[in-house]
Design a protein around this ligand. Structure first.
Ligand code: ZLM
Ligand code: CA
Ligand code: ZN
Length: 383
């Protein structure tokens, strides 16, 4: 007889997170594709499925400037505290420092508060894990993997992931970071590029795609040689091909690295039909990564990240919350009524199907080739 498959799950949610928008009012441009509101919709679905009473639901303390300077510079954090849509140009010396002029990282209203909610949730999640209060800790407002020590990048300002990993390293000898966002997790890779205490592994679209880094030959430096793992993908990857990379590569990493905790960035722009992403995962293919890691019985943090077709992001993160709880098999594929019900027409289902677009990863044996290369690199780590 097997024991019930329960995990203590802590879920961080701040209702104010949905109120921020990345739109720079003074510029009068179109609407920014990063929409914090998707986290609010996710929460509505989680509630409508009655998951809130199956886990610890907490509103984390906001991260303070001092918390943020454990990774970022004082000068940069101080800038983020002071910048407003009106002062952005002056404070950045016409955007030559801290922010970029290209529209990816606008100085939106409430920017610092938004950062402190996102980072506060990930820090609290790390503490819940390292104090053993939770087996799985979730912060869908986190996962902002491009932010650098002294600079914003790719919709990310404060790197909540690096702050969380640094917190975990106070307790644990080794932390594994896995990134299934469609973009390369460059800010996390860079921060831990020279250490063997953090292994980073990113799966991402590569080749003429932001941020341009994440070649499989970039494996770390010095003591960190071999501890950065990159799985570059071509456009259109489907569930089956993704799983045939993810499972053997992560299994090998678990075997050679023996992490004491795992941080999974669940960027949902790797889903089919994403406005920015160019991959083709279904909701179930994406969630298979969560299910696979939950099975490993290692303390697990689940973070958000990208995801630009908001209703599919909400569906997927709601379903992944159910996976964390181990109740995904009991979830009704017909969505329960909720305040955003109309958004989910015409089918009103908890699903994101893949499409019939071509998977360029299946051309000339690419999936097999990249799997062999990465597994070969990992085998060199064995003592
Ligand atoms: N232009 N508005 C992923 C971060 C991806 C750099 C090319 C943008 C956009 C994009 C912003 C109007 C994560 C680049 C793109 C102007 C220079 C990117 C504002 C449309 C808009 O309409 C837009 C208000 C904007 C930005 C498209 N930017 C698409 N792709 C990437 C950054 C973040 O998912 O990994 C984690 C959260 N930036 O390609 C340009 C080179 C800026
Ligand atoms: Ca990635
Ligand atoms: Zn992304």
């Amino acid at each position: 007889m097997s024991l019930p498959d329960r995990r203590r799950v802590t879920y961080y949610f701040d209702p104010e997170v949905g109120g921020y928008t990345y739109d720079a009012p003074q510029k009068g441009e179109g609407r920014h594709c990063m929409k914090p509101h998707r986290i609010f919709i996710t929460h509505h679905l989680v509630r409508a499925y009655n998951m809130l009473d199956k886990m610890h639901v907490l509103r984390a303390k906001r991260a303070t400037p001092e918390d943020m300077t454990r990774f970022h510079t004082d000068e940069y954090v101080n800038f983020l505290q002071r910048v407003t849509p009106e002062t952005a140009e002056d404070l950045t010396y016409k955007y030559t420092r801290f922010l970029s002029a290209d529209g990816d990282n606008p100085a939106f209203e409430g920017l610092f508060e938004f950062c402190s909610i996102s980072a506060g949730g990930s820090l609290a999640a790390a503490r819940a894990i390292s104090s053993s209060a939770a087996d799985i800790a979730i912060n869908w407002a986190g996962g902002l993997h491009h932010a650098k020590k002294r600079e914003a990048s790719g919709f990310c300002y404060i790197n909540d992931i690096n702050l969380a990993i640094l917190e975990l390293l106070r307790t644990y000898p080794r932390v594994l970071y896995i990134d299934i966002d469609c973009h390369h997790g460059d800010g996390v890779e860079e921060a831990f590029y020279t250490t063997d205490r953090v292994m980073t592994c990113s799966f991402h679209k590569f080749g003429d795609f932001f941020p341009g880094t994440g070649d499989y030959r970039d494996t770390g430096f010095g003591k960190g040689k071999g501890y950065s793992v990159n799985v570059p993908l071509r456009e259109g990857i489907t569930d089956e091909a993704y799983k045939s990379l993810f499972e053997p590569i992560i299994s090998k990493i678990l075997e050679v690295f023996l992490p004491s905790a795992v941080v999974l960035q669940c960027g949902a722009d790797s889903l089919a039909g994403d406005k920015l992403g160019e991959l083709n995962l279904s909701m179930h293919g994406h969630a298979a990564c969560v299910q696979f890691l939950r099975k490993q019985n290692v303390p697990l943090m689940l973070l958000g990240g990208g995801g630009y077709t908001a209703k599919n992001v909400a569906r997927t993160w709601c379903y992944e919350t159910a996976c964390a709880l181990g109740i995904e098999d009991t979830i009704d594929p017909m969505l329960p009524y909720n305040a955003y019900f109309e958004w989910f027409g015409p089918r009103y289902r908890l699903e994101v199907p893949g499409t019939n677009r071509e998977d360029y990863n299946l051309r000339d044996g690419y999936v097999h080739e990249i799997r062999q290369i990465v597994l070969q690199q990992l085998s060199q780590l064995q003592p």
